[in-house]
Design a protein around this ligand. Sequence first.
Ligand SMILES: [Zn+2]
Length: 428
Amino acid sequence: MHLRSASCILGVMALSLRSARTASPEAEISPVSSLVQNKRVAEALAAIDQLGVWTTEQQIRLTEIPAPTFQESARGEAIRKLFASARLRTRTDSAGNVIGERPGVSRRDAILISAHLDTVFPQGTCTKVQRDGRRLTAPGISDNGTGLAALACLARALHIAKLRTHLTLLFAANPCEEGEGNLRGMRKLTETFRGRLRAVIAVDGAATDHITTMALASRRVEIALCGSGGHSWADFGMPNPAHALARGITKFLSIRVPDSPRTTFNVGVIQAGTAVNTICGRAVAKVDMRSESAAELDRLEAALRKSIESGVGEEMAAAAQAGHTTDPRIEIAYRTLGERPGGELPADAPLLEAIRQADRYLNNQSRLERSSTDANIPLSLGIPAIAVGGGGRSGGAHSPCEWYDPTCRELGVKRILLTVLALSGVEP
Ligand SMILES: [Zn+2]
């Protein structure tokens, strides 16, 4: 009897799961228009408004704790305390992800809301926030002070409203989004929670005008040219790795990339030499390449390698002409610093419908965007994911004069809250 009714229930569950999969995206979410009628949801929205000044104070405090990529632990500990004060169950994993878990009715299925901890600024950069009216200026104030502040505000607002969600909410402040971090934090999060994640929302920077649903594939390589080195006068004409690198890069810069699929490159770092009167022993360049097409990315990297080899060839030929033997040679070493896979959120994903409903309710205009963010990893694994801003306005990202203005920040945080609740559903 028991067994039969159990199998009956299982049969019904399997049926409803199947029909859920084939249902329209609207059918798979809690409509935002009815969610906002819920008293606790209304309280959470009101709390976001009331937390405005507090949220900006947290953003300033977090931004002033330096967090270059690979050195995020002090900032991570500060946000862990914020998570704990909102009664999230916190832990820090082996990759340095600070995770705050807010159990839902379902302990298994979860929505991950993340913000990266790291900045592009090296240790020693002054991170003191300058205030000028509502405008805040400091390296990293928006990217990603805004994302971290949004997570802190969201967790606190949910706690104040005592909101019970159906799905478990996982808040994560993750390391290694910038520079050579190669999305290590997000890779670890998707590995840990794979199978449980119904959606991932990465909060990165300011604004409310975009939804990043397309992950831009990118590749970052280091090229190192090594020679024997020598004296600028006595050994003149000897193969010089710095000269060879300059020749190679010049060739690479003249190659044409298509507008569509949009393809870009940047020689971001060039390092060589120890003294002006020395033929250096080693010259290094770091190159970032991005494309909407994986094939174009392959073509671009092949062109880079060919250009560098050709530059080295010219340098060797010039040395031979100047009477130097072709020994010592310049050796070329390539190293992949990072590879971000591409991916795309399907147009009929419930996650997209959820944020569109949130935008309609909040009267917010937004467009779909392609970008390279933490969302690349879940998207490449087929997990529904988007990256959005945390509200407010900003400029000068990745520069020392980066600024942020928190006017209308509440809109950004409410937008994320309603998207999460529409996907998760709440207790009546
Ligand atoms: Zn960022």
